[in-house]
Design a protein around this ligand. Structure first.
Ligand SMILES: *[C@@H]1O[C@H](CO)[C@@H](O)[C@H](O)[C@H]1NC(C)=O
Ligand SMILES: *[C@@H]1O[C@H](CO)[C@@H](O)[C@H](O)[C@H]1NC(C)=O
Length: 560
């Protein structure tokens, strides 16, 4: 802007400065007014046990406000949400928010490495802003294998009114939580794992919204269009989702609007969320099956619900529609590659999603995370780059904050598998704010793997069979890869992602397979800004302060 300085007379410069100030002021006012629109929402949730028998066998289930699944958390981008959780279980409890980015606020993430648990009989209030996010997500209990007893529920983050949704408003939205289910008590399952024994390899069935086959009904009006927000909340099983005689228009995955394409069936991996639009294009007087079937093992497990048009009989006619063959991996990987980001639409902000050209950003670091299974001290464990995570007595986030150096290991996991003998350890990957990281998940097992990163969405640029090497980069989608927070890795295959580290905090990177997570397949990624060690630096890059109501435990119990 040198040119302007040279030609402008001083008075003109002053006028321009005044004008800029006025402009800035009006901008701030608008920002303030928009901000004033953000609601503060209060939820009061009581967590308790009850006996339920979704598959016929009675089982102890975790309810929230007497509901299974728990209540819907529905809010709008930038809303501030307070959730007061009353723990009426006989053991500690935490909820985590699968896919919520908790921007700069890993204090609210609700996993064992960030929060002390809510003790039995007590309550604690989460407080977080749904900053710059839209989309479909879910919450679940993160401790003590409690997810096997339910306790999960759906989350919707709706568009702010100023940002158009890239499709006509549906008549109604439905949350559909699908997942595998074991009839065994979750504490018995946990005790098997604690003794170093595996769970029965196959679950007992598939639930849709906490219910067994045929137990849930959705009502359709002919001609209307509905949005289904479907999440796989199960422990380990990929599910194929479909609706008899109806196509699904895929529109969103975990907060990203996708290129809109029709699918007859969709593979939904553990921890993933999809939104589809379904038009009631069948005649009145008939009912149809909604189906979720297990993938990649035989015999197939089948979960069903009913779509009922007005005046229809309760029972659908005909057979349950079939999906892909259970062992057809090619179908699944082809479909995964067909899911693309819609570059042209806005999501949480008015600018198009594609205005962030991830393909042009220089990669600052490549990390290869290889998952393995290992026997350590005669216990079955799961590892990442040779390390099976064990939790110290103090959550890492608190240990870091209170500088309890003896707990807090730095860079304790190698950037690539180095052939070390599998060990138990505390894996913390130190990463620099604003770095742009290339992460390869290498699956050496003959079974599916699912990875999730808290605090982030990432671009799924490639996946294929075999071992990853540098030559695979040439195959990456560097233009419109989908952005999401949970990704599958096929058996003996790799998946590559790109991630911009724009969110400071202590973030859990975990296998979404609950058994593997429980047995050590996770790590934490600490994202710190360069100015963080200077306590006087207050900038937008800083993390949210430690919450006033923080629960202290372990060696943080006496820290201040
Ligand atoms: C516990 O719940 C009560 C109201 O039920 C509330 O006033 C209090 O702030 C809650 N405590 C915490 C730590 O959130
Ligand atoms: C990427 O790196 C190259 C070479 O170091 C540099 O010329 C270019 O400006 C960088 N691009 C960005 C977007 O930083």
């Amino acid at each position: 802007m040198k040119f302007w300085h040279e030609v402008m007379a001083p008075t003109r410069r002053l006028m321009l400065a005044t004008f800029s100030l006025i402009l800035l002021w009006s901008f701030l006012m608008v920002a303030f007014i928009v901000d004033a629109d953000n609601q503060r929402m209060f939820f009061d949730w009581t967590v308790s046990y009850a006996q339920r028998s979704p598959l016929g066998a009675s089982k102890r289930v975790i309810l929230i406000n007497d509901q299974f699944p728990g209540p819907l958390l529905s809010a709008t981008t930038n809303d501030v949400v307070d959730v007061n959780v009353h723990n009426n279980l006989a053991e500690p409890f935490l909820l985590t928010w699968n896919g919520l980015q908790q921007r700069r606020n890993s204090w609210q993430d609700g996993v064992q490495g960030t929060n002390c648990p809510i003790p039995p009989g007590q309550n604690w209030t989460y407080s977080f802003q749904l900053k710059d996010q839209i989309g479909s997500f879910f919450y679940f209990p993160s401790l003590l294998f409690q997810k096997a007893a339910g306790g999960y529920g759906a989350i919707r983050i709706n568009n702010r009114p100023v940002i158009a949704i890239p499709f006509p408003a549906p008549l109604e939205e439905f949350d559909v939580l699908i997942g595998d289910w074991y009839n065994a008590d979750y504490q018995d399952m946990r005790s098997l794992l604690d003794r170093g024994l595996p769970l029965p390899p196959q679950p007992d069935g598939i639930l849709i919204n906490g219910a067994g086959p045929h137990q849930t009904t959705f009502y359709f009006q002919p001609g209307a269009t509905y949005r289904f927000r479907i999440s796989n909340v199960g422990l380990k099983t990929t599910l194929n989702f479909r609706i008899q005689n109806h196509l699904m228009l895929l529109v969103e995955t975990e907060g990203s609007y996708t290129l809109q394409q029709y699918y007859k069936t969709l593979d939904i991996h553990v921890g993933q969320s999809f939104s589809v639009l379904v038009t009631a294009n069948q005649a009145d007087g008939q009912s149809y099956y909604m189906v979720a079937t297990s993938r990649f093992f035989i015999p197939e497990l089948i979960g069903t619900a009913i779509i009922r048009y007005s005046g229809s009989p309760a029972e659908p006619i005909g057979f349950i529609p079939s999906g892909p063959a259970p062992m057809d991996y090619a179908y699944s990987i082809d479909q995964a590659r067909s899911i693309r980001w819609d570059l042209a639409v806005g999501a949480a902000r008015p600018n198009p999603q594609g205005s962030f050209h991830y393909g042009l950003i220089n990669i600052s670091r490549t990390i290869i995370l290889q998952n393995d299974m290992a026997s350590i001290d005669n216990h079955q464990r799961y590892t990442v780059n040779g390390v099976s995570f064990t939790h110290p007595d103090t959550p890492l986030k608190l240990a870091d904050y209170f500088q309890l150096d003896s707990i807090f290991p730095v860079n304790s996991i190698p950037d690539a598998p180095d052939g070390q003998v599998p060990t138990l350890g505390i894996s913390v990957l130190d990463a620099t704010y604003r770095d742009f990281i290339h992460l390869v998940f290498q699956n050496t097992q003959p079974t599916m793997q699912h990875w999730h990163i808290d605090g982030y969405n990432f671009f799924v640029v490639g996946m294929d069979a075999g071992k990853w090497d540098e030559s695979k980069r040439a195959t990456y989608n560097m233009n419109d890869a989908v952005s999401r927070s949970t990704v599958q890795v096929y058996p003996n295959s790799w998946t590559a992602i790109l991630i911009e580290l724009d969110n400071q905090g202590m973030w859990n990177v975990r296998s979404q397979d609950h058994e593997r997570w429980y047995l050590g397949q996770e790590l934490y990624m600490r994202v710190k800004g360069t100015g963080d060690d200077d306590p006087s630096s207050i900038s937008t890059r800083d993390e949210a302060p430690i919450p006033d109501n923080v629960i202290k435990c372990g060696r943080a119990g006496s820290a201040s």
